[in-house]
Ligand binder design. Structure first.
Ligand SMILES: Nc1cc(-c2ccc3cc[nH]c3c2)n[nH]1
Length: 242
């Protein structure tokens, strides 16, 4: 997968040299480049923002630098990338979207700052590539950079070979539409607190059912909204009876 990121704060992405993403870059699984938007400005002050039409607080990011950046990183003669623009007004980023993006050959991230990017940048880009404004949640950040770090982590961990133990993808939260069950490791008793006996029983069927029950209870308590979409057929008969 190829990933290009455009930002006025490229140094925000130094963490992408670390850990599993850093290893994915080193072994070629992930080809990632970070670009400074100011590289597409031509004035002595390298201006990227201006006052908003219609008035209002703050500044808006000018369309010209963004237009040149997207032209350079998504040239007409190549297969267009998918353009992702973090925004409080975007569609919610979900694990399902992470899987969708993990299948894309080329992702292009536009990191806004100030009050956002001139809308015409997204409208013009949409004439030649898929554009998705994406939100991490109902809260407001200073800009898109942190959102891109989150999205990139969620997506790249799904790429083949990035996670040492791919099995962990199968049981994690949101993998089956539920939150994951509690996890335990040694010692068997810690500060007087025992590990649930079932997990030490060696009965894998009982353990699987216990984990499923715990996931259902935890999801019902913390995220009842996730249960509305759950297919009752996916529960085993004992779950429904309980
Ligand atoms: N979910 C979420 C996204 C954002 C966001 C994304 C880009 C910009 C640009 C300026 N402020 C921004 C905020 N806040 N919260």
């Amino acid at each position: 997968m190829r990933v290009d990121i455009v930002s006025i704060f490229p140094e925000y992405f130094a963490p992408l040299d670390l850990s599993l993403i850093g290893r994915a870059r080193a072994n070629g699984t992930l080809r990632l480049a970070v670009h400074d938007l100011r590289g597409w400005t031509h004035d002595v002050h390298r201006t990227v923002d201006d006052t908003p039409y219609g008035g209002g607080p703050g500044m808006v990011m000018r369309p010209e630098p963004w237009g040149e950046a997207l032209d350079a990183l998504a040239p007409a003669e190549l297969t267009p990338p998918r353009l992702l623009v973090p925004s409080p007004a975007g569609v919610p980023f979900t694990q399902a979207m992470a899987h969708e993006l993990a299948a894309e050959p080329h992702l292009l991230f536009a990191c806004g700052r100030y009050e956002g990017i001139d809308q015409r940048v997204l409208d013009h880009a949409a004439t030649r590539m898929p554009v998705t404004e994406v939100s991490l949640g109902d809260y407001v950040l200073f800009g898109g950079e942190v959102a891109v770090l989150v999205i990139l982590e969620a997506v790249t961990r799904l790429l083949p070979g990035v996670l040492g133990n791919a099995g962990s993808l199968a049981e994690e939260s949101h993998a089956h539409g539920l939150l994951e069950a509690p996890m335990y490791t040694k010692p068997a008793t810690w500060r007087g607190l025992p590990v649930p006996e079932v997990l030490r029983s060696g009965d894998h069927g009982r353990i699987a059912r216990w984990r499923r029950d715990e996931a259902l209870v935890r999801t019902g308590r913390r995220r009842p909204d996730m249960l509305t979409g759950l297919d009752p057929q996916s529960l085993d008969k004992r779950d429904v009876a309980a």
